[in-house]
Design a protein around this ligand. Structure first.
Ligand code: NI
Length: 192
């Protein structure tokens, strides 16, 4: 694994997300990167360098954050690292294929994409998922109730959408924690 490119990617995303703090920030990317490397460790056949770089760049052109076209931020970085054009395409394909909203129901073709998608989804659930939901909602001026709605529309669905066995195992725990949170929230607010 080329650790120089990984280190450079970490520096790049820290600069790119310097003014973000709504749950789609450099810390999210670093958690996704660590989740992805943990999952990748379970699969000898997986290309860990591709997983690492795709995880680190997975939100670099997120439309909620940046007005870029055709993975411009990711491509700018990858081009500067002297990475082969076909590898750049492979990484951009992974990034483009893992989005929940753009690719509902589609199955991913590569193990690397499955791992990065699982890593991103694990960071959307559990205690961190709860914290991110209200941080993001608050930033958009949304009510707590709207945040609760997001659990039912998306977050509670993610457990059953995990691609890998290890992600599914972690998702079970995080899912149970969210259900417990929702129950307690309803109890305290009297909401049904
Ligand atoms: Ni993400």
């Amino acid at each position: 694994m080329n650790s120089r490119i990984i280190e450079n990617a970490i520096e790049y995303i820290k600069t790119l997300f310097a003014d973000k703090a709504d749950g789609h920030d450099a810390e999210h990317t670093m958690r996704v990167y660590r989740n992805a490397m943990d999952l990748a460790g379970q699969y000898a056949e997986c290309d860990k360098e591709i997983v690492a770089i795709a995880a680190l760049l997975h939100d670099a052109d997120d439309h909620k954050l940046f007005n870029t076209e055709n993975n411009a931020n990711a491509r700018t970085f990858l081009g500067m690292q002297g990475i082969e054009p076909e590898t750049i395409e492979r990484i951009c394909d992974i990034i483009n294929s893992i989005s929940f909203s753009k690719n509902k129901g589609k199955t991913l073709s590569s193990l690397e994409a499955k791992i990065v998608q699982d890593a991103d989804r694990l960071d959307a659930i559990g205690a961190i998922g709860i914290a991110r939901t209200f941080a993001y909602g608050g930033g958009k001026g949304r009510s707590l109730e709207a945040g609760i709605g997001h659990f039912h529309e998306k977050l509670l669905l993610l457990r059953d959408l995990m691609n890998t066995k290890e992600a599914r195992r972690i998702a079970e725990e995080r899912h149970a924690f969210m259900e417990q949170f929702l129950k307690e929230f309803e109890k305290e607010t009297g909401a049904v």
